[in-house]
Design a protein around this ligand. Structure first.
Ligand SMILES: Cc1cc2nc3c(=O)[nH]c(=O)nc-3n(C[C@H](O)[C@H](O)[C@H](O)COP(=O)(O)OP(=O)(O)OC[C@H]3O[C@@H](n4cnc5c(N)ncnc54)[C@H](O)[C@@H]3O)c2cc1C
Length: 118
């Protein structure tokens, strides 16, 4: 491995190291990125198996309320739309989580609410 003439040695090719290297290189700095793993991406790493995207270290959800960051990240990767809808199974019934008025209705029903109004 040739190690001369680098301004930055970046240990870790995860999200931070990759973005840092990308931005530093854009500004004309020569970077060397090393990683002890045999792939880039750090904990975000995915691979394809039978047409399925497998998250080696666990699924990742990307969320931001910044349009700028959203647009920036889309320059590097496609994202699969995801809506977080959690249901809890209690005594063979499914309930909305986090708790909302619908959960209380599911648990105690309309009659219970009417009874407590009186
Ligand atoms: C299972 C799981 C689920 C997650 N879900 C989410 C989520 O839904 N949303 C979210 O925003 N975040 C999530 N995270 C957190 C997210 O993975 C991290 O915030 C992000 O990956 C951090 O990026 P990083 O570059 O700092 O570190 P990493 O991705 O950990 O990358 C660091 C890299 O450095 C390398 N390295 C470390 N030490 C050395 C060394 N001495 N020599 C050489 N290489 C080295 C490692 O091999 C690794 O590849 C999750 C994390 C895990 C584990």
């Amino acid at each position: 491995m040739k190690t001369g003439n680098y301004q930055y040695l970046i240990v870790g090719a995860g999200l931070f190291g990759s973005i840092f290297a990308h931005e530093a290189a854009r500004k004309g700095h020569r970077c060397l990125v090393i990683d002890k793993r045999d792939h880039i991406g750090g904990n975000l790493y995915t691979y394809q198996e039978d047409g399925i995207t497998v998250h080696q270290y666990g699924a990742h959800i990307f969320h931001t309320d910044s349009k700028e960051i959203w647009a920036y990240m889309h320059r590097f990767a496609d994202f699969i739309p995801f809506t977080n809808q959690v249901l809890a199974n209690y005594q063979d019934q499914f309930y909305n989580l986090p708790f909302n008025m619908n959960t209380f209705y599911q648990l105690w029903g309309y009659e219970h609410r009417q009874r407590h109004k009186r």
